[in-house]
Design a protein around this ligand. Structure first.
Ligand code: BES
Ligand code: MN
Ligand code: ZN
Length: 501
């Protein structure tokens, strides 16, 4: 879909569908809405007065203009009460509007920026959110369907209308940011949707190669023998039970001066988590194809940053492997020596994410990072603690945590902080090694974070546990059932903020 911006009056706009945002419970109409209403012989007012369309959040109504206006149809989209409008509500409204537009088979739609009178946000940020909502609302994964009746329905153009000419250029840059962050999310969802027999560690390398070629980003892949040479005990231990070769993937985007220290992102990339010898129950095990969400999000984020030419240096690290119970698999009780020399007693092979991340985080130190963020579908305990709507956040640097919290609020992918107190390390003590890889029943998300903290040195670092948000069990306005790739826009927004754009 092409997204464009122009200055235009609603009543003059020629398009298949003109989407009009309406607040709930407003008795006065804007001039622009009045003009539409007049041309339509009072239909808008009538729909509102007789209670058919009240402007409630997520409510919609379609009106055929029958040549009373240059636009063929008007789609009224409820935004809820004016005082309750948020950027995320706007994203949600656009997600639903987009699905409506596509459903009726229209190819183009136009929409004025919503909520400029209700939100403090600049028009560029609203434009960004609107593009994100529309693109993500349109997400579908049909790669493996032989027949697809819906595929002919294809929205080709979205036009954002500016009320003032001097808004156009700011809105255009918002649109570019929205496209980059939504396309990165789309990309990450695709990677997680592909089944594990396709999306193997080797295939993830190919995806990284595509990004490297398209955006001149440097790619390094450490094969098993390289991992052995370096002593990546976590990578080697987790991959032992699998027939798929493990890959340690490093992408380097240089958007600033070469010497400038990079931001390093590490994403858990388990292309399938069976649990290994500590085998998972079979119910819902198919969802473990998405245990590579963190890695997919890091790839998507590097891609978006490169696309936007952010003036930053960014390194993306993806420790990629399956976790399988083969004959040579790591067994409970086995001891691994990690890249930083620490030893770990593996008491549960299903706590594999922290083992590969340990090597990923230790490797990150080689880049002398300005800061380090890891993102991972790490613990079931995160789902228990936070449900579906918050990402778990832990870390050692208040400023970095505050920045991620802010970006999360802007992106509508919010984080919630959990404590990382040294006391919790008690639970990770082993009788035979420096630590063990599980911490018992209490505080499972925290002990996982505590484990990781032993591999970051004193670099400013944040850990994001996305096990709570990575898979949606219900259809939401701009998030479908299945892999959500939530976290991608959070990271992209955080980098945009850092770049001062
Ligand atoms: N990938 C899982 C965590 C997970 C569970 C993500 C459900 C998304 C949905 C992780 O590797 C895992 O198995 N964690 C174990 C750790 C435990 C053995 C300490 C868990 O949470 O059960
Ligand atoms: Mn596991
Ligand atoms: Zn896992």
């Amino acid at each position: 879909m092409k997204c464009q911006v122009k200055e235009s009056q609603l009543a003059q706009e020629a398009t298949d569908v003109l989407v009009v945002g309406v607040y709930e419970g407003e008795s006065t109409w804007s001039k622009a809405h009045q003009a539409l209403d007049q041309a339509l012989g009072g239909q808008l007012r009538e729909l509102k007065n007789n209670g058919e369309f009240s402007g409630k959040n997520q409510q919609s109504a379609l009106i055929h203009t029958r040549k009373a206006l240059p636009a063929q149809r008007i789609l009224l989209m409820g935004l809820g009460k004016k005082g309750e409008v948020t950027l995320d509500r706007i994203r949600q409204a656009m997600g639903t509007a987009f699905k409506n537009v596509r459903q009726i088979g229209a190819h183009a739609f136009s929409v004025p920026v919503f909520g400029t009178d209700a939100l403090k946000a600049p028009a560029s940020d609203i434009a960004q959110a609107m593009v994100e909502g529309a693109i993500l609302g349109g997400y579908r994964f049909t790669h493996y369907r032989s027949e697809n009746e819906e595929s002919s329905k294809d929205v080709r153009t979205m036009t954002l209308l500016a009320n003032r000419a001097n808004q156009v250029s700011a809105m255009k840059s918002g649109v570019r940011r929205g496209e980059a962050s939504a396309n990165a999310t789309w990309f990450a969802r695709d990677l997680c949707n592909h089944p594990a027999n396709v999306m193997t560690p080797s295939r993830v390398v190919q995806e990284a190669q595509n990004i490297a070629k398209e955006f001149s980003v440097k790619l390094t892949v450490l094969e098993r023998k390289d991992q052995q040479k370096l002593g990546m005990g976590g990578m080697l231990g987790v991959s032992r039970g699998s027939q798929e070769p493990p890959k340690f993937i490093v992408l380097e985007y240089t958007g600033a001066k070469k010497k400038e220290r990079p931001v390093v992102l590490v994403g858990k990339t388990i292309t399938f988590d069976s649990g290994g010898i500590s085998l998972k129950p079979s119910e819902n095990m198919e969802q473990m194809k998405a245990d590579m969400t963190g890695g997919a999000e890091v790839l998507g984020t590097v891609r978006a940053a490169a696309q936007l030419r952010l003036p930053l240096n960014i390194v993306g690290i993806l420790p990629a492997t399956e976790n399988m119970p083969g004959g040579r698999a790591t067994k409970p009780g086995d001891i691994l020596r990690m890249l930083n020399g620490k030893t770990v007693e593996v008491q549960n092979t299903d706590a594999e994410g922290r083992l590969i991340l340990a090597d990923g985080l230790a490797y990150a130190a080689r880049f002398n990072p300005r800061c380090l963020v890891d993102i991972a579908t790490l613990t079931g305990a995160c789902i228990i603690a936070l449900g579906q709507f918050a990402i778990g956040m832990m870390g050692n640097d208040d400023a970095l945590k505050a920045d991620l919290k802010k970006a999360g609020e802007q992106a509508g992918e919010r984080v919630w902080e959990m404590p990382l107190w040294e006391e919790y390390f008690e639970q990770l003590k082993s009788d035979v090694a420096d630590m063990r890889n599980i911490g018992g029943r209490g505080g499972g998300m925290i002990t996982a974070g505590m484990f990781l903290s032993k591999f970051v040195g004193d670099c400013p670092w944040v850990h994001l546990d996305i096990a709570s948000t990575d898979w949606s069990s219900s259809e939401r306005p701009y998030i479908g059932k299945g892999p959500t790739a939530i976290g991608t826009r959070l990271l992209v927004q955080w980098l945009i903020n850092r770049a001062g754009r």
